[in-house]
Design a binder for this molecule. Structure first.
Ligand code: FES
Ligand code: FES
Length: 151
């Protein structure tokens, strides 16, 4: 039995210790906001936070994250939208939307460690792939989210 703490709730799961976290989130717990893209830690569609750090959940085993605080896109919002979600709405960022929960989780982690990212910081830190090419709107929205977090 593996116990995962996801969005503040414990889930006791009868699963193999080497199961990728993404599988447990989607297939065992039913949190489908986190997406499967490449399965090899390249695209970022599966990004969640482990103890606040952006992590590609397709490539981490559940046994390695038991006892740690896992946050998915479903748990990012608290009493109001997270600043990144608010900025995403203001700038109408998503196109098909498939990559966007991973993008938002990556950006939320970036802003928590770097509240004023430069364009170079964004290029270095946000390596998630968007097949629709929403990168210009993502960049604009990241700067807006940084502003919103100071209000
Ligand atoms: S599905 Fe995990 S990085 Fe692509
Ligand atoms: S919005 Fe379609 S893949 Fe990014």
């Amino acid at each position: 039995m593996i116990v995962l703490s996801v969005n503040g709730q414990d889930h006791a799961l009868d699963i193999e210790p080497e199961m990728p976290l993404l599988w447990a989130l989607r297939d065992e717990i039913g949190l489908t906001g986190t997406k499967f893209g490449c399965g090899i830690a390249q695209c970022g569609a599966c990004t969640v936070h482990i103890d606040g750090v952006a992590t590609r959940s397709c490539s981490v085993a559940v046994s390695d994250v038991a006892g740690h605080k896992i946050t998915t896109i479903e748990g990012l919002k608290t009493d109001k939208l997270h600043a990144v979600q608010q900025a995403w709405i203001e700038h109408d960022v998503p196109q098909c939307g498939y990559c966007q929960s991973g993008q938002i989780m990556a950006v939320a982690a970036l802003l928590s460690s770097n509240p004023n990212p430069t364009d170079a910081d964004i290029d270095n830190e946000i390596t998630n792939i968007c097949r629709c090419g929403t990168y210009p709107r993502i960049r604009t929205a990241i700067h807006r989210a940084a502003e919103l977090m100071k209000i």
